[in-house]
Design a protein. Structure first.
Length: 116
């Protein structure tokens, strides 16, 4: 259960311990912990957040009447998109979260709330 200085909104926990004003940017939540970010504070954390690679989107064209060669080209593009998304997921899991937690513990140990 969050302490009296927090407010639960969906899955996000907003830290309101600073003069009653909620921290606007909630970075995330892991079981038993909350990670909050206040604008203008914790620059290393903010730099890590902005480094997450964007997801590339691909709109599947109408495949009716396409030749086998054209369909293979689409398959190749989709295969590359799936691989790119796997690599993005690995980056987020391995580097983003680990670096974010490492920076939070070093730069702002109070960012993590008490365990439930």
């Amino acid at each position: 259960m969050p302490d009296k200085d927090t407010h639960v909104q969906g899955n996000a926990v907003l830290d309101i311990s600073e003069q009653g004003n909620p921290h606007r940017d909630v970075i995330g939540q892991v079981p038993g912990r909350r990670i909050c970010h206040s604008p203008g504070r914790y620059p290393a954390i903010k730099n890590i957040i902005t480094a997450v690679p964007d997801r590339t989107s691909y709109e599947l064209p109408d495949t009716q009447g396409l030749s086998l060669r054209e369909l293979q080209g689409i398959q190749k593009t989709l295969t590359k998109s799936v691989q790119d998304e796997k690599e993005r997921g690995t980056y987020i899991k391995r580097w983003y979260w680990e670096e974010l937690v490492r920076a939070a513990l070093k730069e702002a140990p109070g960012v993590f709330g008490p365990e439930d």
